[in-house]
Design a binder for this molecule. Structure first.
Ligand SMILES: C[S@@+](CC[C@H](N)C(=O)[O-])C[C@H]1O[C@@H](n2cnc3c(N)ncnc32)[C@H](O)[C@@H]1O
Length: 350
């Protein structure tokens, strides 16, 4: 009898142990499951519907308890779909590509053509006779004007070289001539590098410049961004790029501030290139602008007013990435060089 009770007790203890093990295993699985869900949620970028977020959703729905994180993320689902940029990127001469677009089809153009300064592109020969280069600029600008909406903005980034200092201004004269018909609404200086000496005499340098080896010319630390419109009267969102006042007494002194500590940034934009270790791997193109440059053009025109954006000279797609970051609905880009276009698509995960 005693033996029988002894074995029954042992069996009970064994069952308890098994139940405990099962419970522990379940807890471990739930912990693992929650960890995976958290990692997927963190990896999914806000503002777009990506693969990680899709995995996260499926993973959550496949379990009965969706958890608080899911509840927090659900309101973003609609916006994730809404803010997904639709891309139409083509390997094509932009003159041909634009000729197929309807009149007044795009709200914003942000671009940088070859400057005719002998840059070594993969496909394009950047050394033409000056007159034929300017004629070509007139041709593609006429297409830009035709496809641009009447209240649209055209941001043109152009640099120069000591040997060719008038080039940007000659292009402006071509584009604003009676036959081209653009109005130059703003001239912005893209500052790539600057050295600032404060009142205490501390000297600090920022950004990267193009070194010029010369006894006559200075190192090159800036380019132009010309803002063209059809009328010269297009309203812009000045405070979208606003900066706080240095002297806060201005806020109450000037009525136009309406009590807000935000002023127009002005027409000097300091946008340094990111520091890279390997050009071939990280920036495989000889003449790019930073994503931030195109992003600021979109914001200055007004993000909510840009439904469709165009870059006729896409390069490796910095303007397209800017459009994606700003949640522009549709982006159209042309590039003649397959290698650059492939790199643009790779960066956009297309
Ligand atoms: C100054 S780069 C633009 C770089 C671009 N903004 C970026 O950040 O990657 C000019 C580009 O225009 C391309 N290109 C030259 N002629 C073209 C044409 N007719 N149609 C389309 N693309 C052209 C060149 O291959 C080059 O990649």
């Amino acid at each position: 009898m005693q033996n029988c009770r002894y074995y029954q007790g042992k069996q009970e203890a064994r069952k308890r142990e098994l139940r405990q093990n099962e419970h522990n295993l379940q807890n471990r699985n739930t912990g693992l499951h929650e960890s995976i869900r958290c990692i997927l949620l963190i990896l999914s970028k806000p503002g777009r519907f990506n693969l990680c977020f899709l995995c996260y959703l499926l993973f959550s729905i496949s379990r009965s308890s969706c958890g608080i994180l899911f509840a927090v993320r659900v309101p973003f689902l609609a916006t994730d779909f809404v803010f997904m940029t639709q891309f139409d990127l083509r390997r094509e001469d932009c003159l041909q590509g634009m000729s197929r677009l309807p009149d007044e089809h795009v709200d914003l153009v942000a671009t940088s053509p070859p400057y005719n300064l002998g840059v070594r592109y993969g496909k394009f020969s950047d050394r033409q006779n000056r007159q034929s280069y300017l004629r070509w600029c007139r041709e593609w600008a006429a297409q830009v004007r035709r496809v641009l909406e009447s209240n649209g903005s055209f941001f043109l980034n152009i640099g120069s070289a000591p040997s060719n200092p008038m080039l940007p201004h000659e292009i402006v004269i071509e584009l604003t001539s009676a036959s081209s018909g653009f109005v130059l609404q703003n001239t912005i200086h893209w500052i790539k590098s600057i050295t600032i000496e404060d009142r205490a005499g501390d000297v600090r340098s920022f950004g990267h410049f193009k070194p010029i080896s010369s006894k006559r010319f200075l190192n090159d630390g800036h380019e132009y961004i010309f803002h063209f419109t059809k009328t010269g009267r297009v309203e812009i969102d000045r405070l979208a790029l606003g900066v706080p006042y240095q002297d806060k007494s201005n806020i109450s002194r000037w009525s136009h501030t309406r009590g807000s500590d935000l002023r127009c940034r002005g027409n000097t934009w300091f946008i340094p290139y990111e520091t890279i270790q390997s050009r071939a791997k990280e920036r495989p193109h000889p003449a790019t602008f930073p994503v931030q440059l195109a992003e600021w053009c979109i914001k200055l025109h007004g993000v909510s007013r840009v439904q469709t954006m165009l870059d006729p000279f896409l390069g490796i797609g910095n303007s397209a990435i800017a459009a994606q970051r700003c949640g522009v609905k549709k982006f159209i880009g042309f590039e003649i060089d397959q290698t650059y276009l492939a790199e643009a698509k790779r960066r956009l995960s297309l």
